[in-house]
Design a protein around this ligand. Structure first.
Ligand code: SF4
Length: 354
């Protein structure tokens, strides 16, 4: 990226992105996550949550180039689901989801070998916010991937196999999902990747219904009980509070609704005109819902921005696109073929269950 490019104004960037899109036509698909900034959303052909984007990526068979605007695990997921001849690009390769980094393959394999000693039937479930090698681990071990939109269906599937779900890396999504199925905290075991496991712990695991991993999203765990109470106090009983299931259970319990970003979007869109909403998820997304629903009163539960998602910029997108149009593509996203094969199995199992 040269100095001239760095000085470009955002309307000029958008104009040039549109020119490249016109030039490349059907060869190019741009996917953008709901948490992206407005400039990116405006340029994207499809905008959605992780589940929607995974479904779209797996169906775009005509596009030669897929450009994924989000954090790295999502671009990796697209690489796994696309055809080998398609090329996937991630314009902000440095944008890593901190939650996804909270479980490493060696830690999960260690946990798995200890859990086998319980002689229980255990099925691993990995949240989509994870590295590809963890998805591959699930593919190899009869497990599957889940997103916040289908975590309950995936957990129900594991129970239907008479197995115990081993859910990683987001503790809160696992716990909130289990709560929604009537499972109590004392029926869950929290696996601490840094901790030691005693014989007593193994006995304890044998008696539990769900095994969780100690991991969290710093954006969603920033919402507190005090925030919920402050909103109720400020706006009274008419305000509806809707939060994401990566929030802590205490916040979920005090809220009126809980669900994925697509659930939040649909719930607010379908709500009657004049209704009032406080939304507990990423701020760029909340601001967009507010703008798109001028007939409702909408506030963020608190201003919480995902710094990693914000590393994606229009300029970075333009750089990737102009390189493509000039016939000198930037480095694409790659995933080791063996990892890709098994990760795909776990993702496809998820898509079947969803
Ligand atoms: S909002 Fe949380 S889970 Fe989503 S990308 Fe950012 S840090 Fe990761």
């Amino acid at each position: 990226m040269n100095i001239e490019q760095r000085l470009l104004k955002s309307d000029e960037i958008l104009k040039r992105i549109k020119t490249v899109k016109d030039t490349l036509g059907k060869d190019l698909i741009i996917l953008g996550h709901f948490y992206q900034e407005d400039d990116i959303v405006e340029c994207a052909d499809f905008v959605g949550d992780s589940l929607q984007l995974a479904q779209i990526a797996s169906k775009q068979r005509d596009a030669r180039y897929i450009v994924f605007c989000a954090v790295s695990f999502m671009a990796e997921m697209a690489r796994i689901l696309c055809l080998p001849e398609q090329q996937v690009f991630h314009p902000a390769r440095e944008a890593l989801c901190p939650l996804a980094e909270m479980a490493a393959i060696n830690e999960v394999e260690r946990a798995w070998s200890i859990l086998q000693k319980t002689e229980q039937k255990i099925i691993p479930i990995v949240y989509v916010n994870s590295r590809a090698d963890l998805k591959a681990f699930c593919g190899k071990n009869n497990g599957l991937v889940c997103t916040s939109a289908n975590a309950k269906k995936v957990m129900e599937y594991v129970f239907s196999q008479n197995a115990i779900p081993f859910f990683f890396p987001d503790e809160n999504l696992g716990r909130n999902t289990a709560h929604s199925m009537g499972i109590k905290d004392e029926e869950m075991f929290l696996w601490d990747p840094q901790g030691q496991v005693s014989g007593e712990d193994l006995e304890c695991i044998r008696a539990r219904k769900v095994i969780l991993w100690r991991g969290f999203c710093y954006v969603h765990t920033a919402f507190t009980v005090a925030d919920v109470k402050a909103i109720r106090e400020a706006y009274g009983k008419d305000i509806n509070i809707v939060v994401h299931p990566e929030c802590i259970p205490e916040v979920v319990e005090l809220s009126d609704y809980v669900g994925s970003t697509s659930f939040i979007k649909n719930t607010v869109e379908k709500a009657p005109s004049g209704s009032q909403w406080a939304i507990g998820t990423e701020l760029h997304f909340v601001n967009r819902i507010k703008r798109d629903n001028p007939d409702k009163y909408i506030v963020p539960l608190k201003d919480c921005v995902c710094r990693e998602m914000a590393k994606m910029t229009g300029l970075k997108l333009l750089h990737i696109l102009e390189n493509l149009a000039e016939g000198r593509p930037s480095e694409g996203v790659t995933v080791d073929p063996e990892i890709s094969k098994y990760a795909r199995i776990a993702l496809e199992r998820m898509l079947e269950v969803s």
